[in-house]
Design a protein. Structure first.
Length: 344
């Protein structure tokens, strides 16, 4: 049975299969290593792989990692420890990778605890994947030194609350995924420092109310996903600073009304989903400023009528969803000069 796959070239153009009796038998001239044989503990004897740039332990039934396990790996930029059974990562595991590591994959484990300073010194790290674990609490200083971080995935954990200082130093962050957690509220200052953030995913949480300044400071945000929460109302100024937003997903909530001011500054918006809510009527001017809007989803609400010309300013509209409402008739001038091609 093949136990380990060794790539000899970074581009994967040549490779070698072998069955090591122990880790000491591994050739040391490779640049990318993928381990797939059972390895209960990742030991601290990889210093003899100085050329290794990518190291992966996938499905190796690993439950622990020794401190200083990767010290001496002077070229390592990508480290993947995924689909394993690790519940705790202690201090010192990533010692020695401070000047090389850029990608760290820790998803699909059983992580419930992370050492307070486990990521300290990893100032070159740009991607950190922690999704599909059992994290319920994050120390506010956990990411303090990850000043180059571009992507942070924390979806599918058990997070119910986030400290307002958690993201304070993540000024380079572009994508943040907090979906599928147990968040019931967000501190208004949690995202205040994330001026580079373009994508924020908060779907499948327990959010019932958002403070007016929750998204203040997110001046680069383009995608905001709040699908499947428990929101019943939206503060009129909630999205006031999101002038570059192109996609806003508010489907599967309990929203009962849409104030025109709520969307008034979203002039770059191309996609708006309000399907599966409880909206029974719309203000005639609610969409007047959304001249870039291409897709509007309003399925599965309680609409029984629509104001005349309500879509007349949506000159870029290409797709409109109104199914599963209580509409019987539509006014002939509802779209003004807007033309929508019927789907075949």
């Amino acid at each position: 049975m093949t136990l380990c796959l060794l790539f000899l070239n970074c581009d994967g153009t040549s490779f070698k299969l072998f069955n090591p009796i122990d880790l000491a038998s591994i050739p040391t001239d490779g640049t990318s290593y993928l381990f797939s044989f059972p390895l209960n503990t990742i030991p601290s004897n990889f210093a003899d792989l100085p050329q290794c740039k990518s190291l992966s332990f996938s499905g190796t039934e690993t439950t622990s990692v020794e401190p200083n396990a990767f010290r001496g790996m002077a070229s390592l930029t990508i480290l993947s420890i995924i689909n394993n059974e690790i519940s705790i990562l202690s201090e010192g595991i990533f010692n020695g990778l401070e000047t090389t590591l850029t990608h760290l994959y820790l998803h699909d484990n059983q992580l419930s605890q992370l050492g307070l300073s486990i990521f300290n010194g990893l100032r070159l790290l740009i991607r950190l994947y922690l999704q599909n674990n059992q994290l319920s609490n994050l120390n506010p200083t956990l990411f303090t030194q990850l000043t180059s971080l571009n992507t942070l995935s924390l979806n599918n954990n058990q997070l119910s609350q986030l400290d307002p200082q958690l993201c304070r130093t993540l000024t380079s962050l572009v994508s943040l995924d907090l979906s599928n957690n147990q968040l019931s509220d967000l501190d208004p200052s949690l995202f205040a420092w994330l001026s580079s953030l373009a994508n924020l995913y908060l779907r499948h949480n327990h959010l019932s109310e958002l403070q007016p300044d929750t998204f203040n400071g997110l001046t680069s945000l383009k995608q905001l996903d709040l699908n499947d929460n428990q929101l019943s109302q939206l503060n009129p100024s909630l999205f006031s600073e999101l002038t570059f937003l192109t996609s806003l997903i508010l489907a599967n909530n309990q929203i009962s009304q849409a104030d025109p001011i709520t969307f008034s500054r979203l002039t770059a918006l191309k996609t708006l989903s309000l399907s599966s809510n409880q909206i029974s009527q719309l203000n005639p001017s609610v969409f007047n400023t959304l001249t870039s809007l291409e897709t509007l989803s309003f399925e599965s609400n309680n609409l029984s009528e629509l104001p005349p010309s309500i879509f007349s300013e949506l000159t870029s509209l290409k797709k409109l969803g109104l199914s599963s409402n209580n509409l019987e008739t539509l006014e002939w001038n509802m779209f003004g000069k807007t033309y929508i091609r019927r789907s075949k």
